[in-house]
Structure formats: structure tokens, C-alpha cells
Ligand binder design. Sequence first.
Ligand SMILES: [Ca+2]
Ligand SMILES: [Ca+2]
Length: 80
Amino acid sequence: MSLSRKLTAFTLSGLFVACLTTQALASETLFNTLDVDQSGSISKTEANAHSDLTKIFSEVDANGDGEISYDEFTAAGLDE
Ligand SMILES: [Ca+2]
Ligand SMILES: [Ca+2]
């Protein structure tokens, strides 16, 4: 690996750590990861990939429309 490639890898890992340590950014990143199709909400299908989320889906979906919005996501404290 060349020196410039090593530097690039180091910078990228540094950015990743910076993201993880920023709470607001981390919760948004988590939400975006779960929202696979980037529709702005987590559908039951998307939640099914995560058994823990499937179990609490109906509780987190406060308005019962079958999708978890970002507001419902943060209100449930899933970002903590
Ligand atoms: Ca979605
Ligand atoms: Ca909802």
C-alpha cells in the first residue's frame, strides 16, 4: 500500500469515528441505515430485517400507519 493510500484510509477511519461520536448524526445515520429505500420512514418490511425492531414495531409506530417516521424513531428513544 502506498503512503497516499494509507493516508486516505486513515482519514476515512477518522471521519467514521467522528460520525459515531456525534449523537445527532449517529441517530440519523442509524435511521438512514434502517430506511433501506430512503423513503423517510421505516416500513414493516424494512424492520423485518432486524428482529429486535420487529418486536417493538407496533409500539414505536405511535400513529399506527404501519411506518416508523424519524419523529417516532427519536420519540421512542431508539437513537439513544
Ligand atoms: Ca423506507
Ligand atoms: Ca407511524
